[in-house]
Write a protein that binds this ligand. Structure first.
Ligand code: C2E
Ligand code: CA
Ligand code: CA
Ligand code: CA
Length: 277
């Protein structure tokens, strides 16, 4: 018993070696993935309660040559830890700008706003605001075509700096959305100070909406957003029932497998043409 602690500390099981190897392979792969053009975007349509398309969320995909499709939930944290998130995030923004410019050129109605996920690490970078402003300018698109989706963790480290950054982005004309709302720690007092246009209700509250189950939280969150004058969006809407319940609750926009899977740019273009009003 005396040496149990020491033995435990020495314990290194084969699966731990495998985990470390896998992590290292991801990290190595990420370093070359941009130049090897292994990333792509999917666009998941968002519709209002009358079914009219209002835009889409851009979601990042990575096809690793050996591991195949790796989930962003797996590789984004690695990109953040290694600092690669800045180059990767800039690529996502450039790619979205290019698509928006192309859709405009084709006269395609893409709903007017594409949501882009922005990591807290990007927000904290002192060059983020000038860089993204230069990017939309270079692409010749208006900043309001982009909705930047931020999570509450972007505010945790240095609230005052983050607040200043959000005000700068908002003043330039970007739309701002708080993502995964309800899962973090932000107080209602914080929420009122932020220049947010949209509140995105996390999927956990949407999956709680089942027939004959009245989950008070989803309705509560919709109310908060409405009272603060924000557009409310429900993510992860998978059933007709959920969509109807959200309409009853007063939610503005829905996104999820019930409406559409995330689509390639080409499929998104076709989807929009089919659903144009
Ligand atoms: P998120 O921002 O909460 O994105 C929503 C996730 O839910 C996406 O997973 C989407 O494919 C999935 N989803 C959409 N509809 C449904 C549905 O009806 N049911 C269910 N069960 N899931 C649905 P995905 O694409 O795997 O992305 C996971 C997370 O990775 C995202 O969560 C976001 O936090 C992050 N991420 C994705 N793209 C980017 C990016 O370009 N930059 C950054 N920083 N993070 C990204
Ligand atoms: Ca998101
Ligand atoms: Ca989300
Ligand atoms: Ca989520």
């Amino acid at each position: 018993a005396k040496s149990a602690g020491r033995n435990a500390a020495r314990l290194f099981l084969p699966h731990m070696q495998r985990d470390a190897d896998a992590r290292l392979e991801l990290e190595r792969g990420l370093r070359t993935a941009l130049e090897r053009q292994e990333f792509s975007l999917r666009f998941q349509p968002q519709v209002d309660m009358r079914g009219r398309p209002v835009g889409a969320e851009a979601l990042l995909r990575w096809k690793h040559p050996r591991l195949g499709e790796v989930s962003p939930a797996t590789f984004i944290p690695v990109a953040e830890e290694t600092g690669l998130i800045h180059a990767l995030g800039a690529w996502v923004i450039a790619e979205v700008c290019n698509h928006v410019r192309e859709w405009r050129r084709l006269g395609m109605d893409f709903g007017g706003r594409i949501a882009v996920n922005v990591s807290p690490w990007q927000i904290a970078h002192p060059q983020f605001v000038p860089n993204i402003e230069a990017q939309v300018k270079a692409a010749g698109i208006e900043p309001s075509a982009l909705t930047l989706e931020l999570t509450e963790s972007a505010l945790l480290n240095d609230f005052d700096t983050a607040l200043r950054t959000l005000h700068q982005l908002s003043a330039i004309g970007f739309r701002l959305a708080l993502d995964d709302f309800g899962t973090g720690y932000s107080s209602l007092a914080y929420l009122q100070q932020l220049p947010l246009d949209e509140l995105k209700i996390d999927r956990t509250f949407i999956s709680a909406l089942q027939p004959a189950i009245t989950d008070p939280l989803a309705g509560f969150i919709v109310d908060i957003g409405r009272r603060l004058g924000m557009t409310t969006i429900a993510e992860g809407v998978e059933t007709r029932q959920q969509r109807i319940m959200l309409e009853t609750l007063g939610c503005d926009i829905v996104q999820g497998y019930f409406i559409s899977l995330p689509l390639t740019a080409d499929d998104f273009q076709r989807w929009m043409t089919r659903h144009a009003t």
